[in-house]
Design a protein around this ligand. Sequence first.
Ligand SMILES: [Zn+2]
Ligand SMILES: [Zn+2]
Length: 392
Amino acid sequence: MPDVPTVAQTPATSTPFKPVKRPRLEEEPEDDPVELDTIPFIDCEDADPLWNLNTSDILEASIDDDDDDIDEENTGSLSDSKLFAVEKGQLVLLFNRCHQCGLLGASAVITSTEGCQVRIEQSCLGCESKWIWKGQSLVGGYPAGNLALSTAILSAGALPGKTLRVLKFWGMQAISPATFFTHQRRFLHQAVRNVWNEEQERVLGAMQTTAILSGDARCDSMGHCAKYGSYSLHDTIHNKIICTELVQSNEVKSSNAMELHGLKKALSVIEEAKPDAQIVLTTDGHKSVAKWLREEKADKVKHHLDIWHVSKGLWKKLSGLAKKFPLVAKWMKGIRRHLYWCAQSSNGDPELMVAKWKSVANHIANIHVHEDKRFPECCHGKIYREWFDPGR
Ligand SMILES: [Zn+2]
Ligand SMILES: [Zn+2]
């Protein structure tokens, strides 16, 4: 019997093999396997920053002319209060008892609204006092609830126009789209940048001397005519995107070259933060990326191909073949599972992986012993399938 794998079966066995994670296909022999267990796990629950609007930052920002009635003392936090929908009539009812002397029959008028902020003025004939009440605390002069609404729209990835229209149809007082964009421009984008930078610094700081990363580009349209693209590197150990670099197609010769350019930009960020880091990088099969990594970065980056992309390419070829030879269609799933199994069960040994992979040509013809000594025999027991006839 050959070196029997313990985690998976060949596709021909009765138990279907389902790949749990994407194993990596070796591009080059792995002579120094990385000890995943030695890399400390960062508890994402604790580590994720809760975004709290920094009051002092906002106070420094310039303030709209229409925010003249700023009550600097009445500053609050966005995160510690709940909001309720209250009818106008029900709200005003609360103000018929004087805030000062407690006499019933005080008059209350809604004097102004600003977004979902409401201002009520209570007057008492008994003690002749006036009291101004506001529905929301202020953060840096801005009603906290208004800012929270803009924040919620942005962080939920919702369309501001549509979301605010929903509130309008509901009868809820809300900010205008223009106010949303003002909030976004003045505070929210900077807040997102701050959180991103802090988090990136933290994750890069926690990175060990060997980083296990995967990278891929995404573009604004399919094909080779994208104007913008982004390249992201994912830290597989901590399950975090550690770097996203934007690329515009005119930065490179053609939009097709954006993939490599994006990777170069993203890797330079890692190298700047961790000059001594060794990187294990998984990417799709972009030829220019593989060539550059092989020729320029061989000493620093160990390159792997993502099996999902390999299997996708294989599936496409088999689909074409199945149109001519219907029996291929019956074997397609099995062959794909075999590909995953080869990568997963070979413990990073590329030669063993290739030997296992080549055995599939014999296997589908009902031949289960193979010439290659590294994988001389299939691992399955007796099976019955519709076999290919190698003589035909
Ligand atoms: Zn009174
Ligand atoms: Zn076999």
